[in-house]
Design a protein around this ligand. Structure first.
Ligand code: NAG
Ligand code: NAG
Ligand code: NAG
Ligand code: NAG
Ligand code: NAG
Length: 233
């Protein structure tokens, strides 16, 4: 099964590298689903102005390191592949609440999501394999979300026209509807002159990514998660 999936992944990589067609604007604007959370507390998420430029499904891991002194996990960053769901979710709004969970379930069912896996050389691409199994069709790659070595949350939409890019900082945070899912966030540009085209993003409809309650020793863990990232100019 694992070898079959590796082969399937390689084939899907070969045949899915086409670039997106020119896109119509996301003008039938779906509403950012802020009504699904109790958007209160010290740092609620503001209402967006204008239309989203892109809506991505992010799939990857949240990283944590054990703080041996306090006996709980400290967040150290995240790494996620971003897939372009802009047009798909405009046409399938009923899937806005469920698409990240669908991606996470596809990912968790793959042998390459376990470590160590028989798909070692493909581990970093397990996200791509999960995407290749999404029906009716895989989404195009949009880019990558990662943290710099200094801990800056970064969005590099390298496959989108003009390569939108943003070093960001957290500007809003509210708990997800379920404690099993990471918080919903609002991030804005950190003011870097390298930033381009996008200047804010919401992380919503989160699925997974929550660390275990306590820990001992000094190990690091990766917890799979998926989310929608709604990008604005
Ligand atoms: C670990 O936890 C202790 C006690 O809560 C705290 O003082 C310390 O700053 C924490 N270290 C890190 C790296 O977060
Ligand atoms: C970690 O443990 C410390 C000390 O027990 C506590 O103050 C802190 O709120 C905990 N952090 C998390 C994220 O649970
Ligand atoms: C933004 O983040 C980048 C990457 O960490 C950093 O180099 C830069 O100094 C930060 N702030 C500004 C204002 O550019
Ligand atoms: C976490 O705490 C629970 C009790 O609150 C305990 O049963 C469990 O062994 C702890 N796990 C670790 C890794 O410390
Ligand atoms: C955490 O994330 C980084 C990328 O940001 C990755 O290189 C690393 O392997 C991850 N895992 C752990 C356990 O730190």
């Amino acid at each position: 099964m694992a070898i079959f999936l590796c082969v399937l992944f390689i084939l899907s990589t070969l045949f899915s590298s086409g670039h997106s067609l020119p896109r119509p604007p996301f003008n039938e604007t779906p509403t950012l689903p802020l009504a699904e959370v109790a958007n209160t507390g010290p740092s609620p998420l503001p209402s967006p102005s204008g239309r989203p430029k892109y809506v991505a499904v992010g799939l990857g891991t949240q990283n944590y390191t054990c703080n041996a002194t306090s006996g709980n996990y400290t967040a150290t960053g995240a790494l996620a592949q971003l897939f372009d769901a802009t047009l798909y979710l405009a046409a399938h709004r009923n899937q806005i609440p469920s698409m990240p969970q669908t991606y996470l379930s596809l990912y968790n069912a793959l042998p390459c999501s376990k470590s160590p896996s028989p798909c070692v050389a493909q581990d970093d691409r397990c996200e791509g394999l999960a995407n290749s199994l999404f029906r009716p069709r895989p989404m195009n790659i949009l880019g990558e979300h990662y943290f710099t070595s200094s801990g800056t949350p970064t969005f590099d939409l390298y496959d989108a026209p003009g390569r939108p890019f943003m070093f960001s900082k957290k500007a809003g945070v509210v708990p997800a509807p379920s404690a099993d899912d990471v918080d919903w966030l609002y991030l804005t540009s950190n003011g870097s002159s390298e930033n381009s085209i996008i200047s804010s993003v919401y992380r919503v409809e989160t699925a997974g990514g929550v660390q275990p309650k306590n820990c001992s020793g000094s190990g690091s863990i990766e917890v799979p998660y998926a989310a929608e990232y709604w990008f604005y100019r």
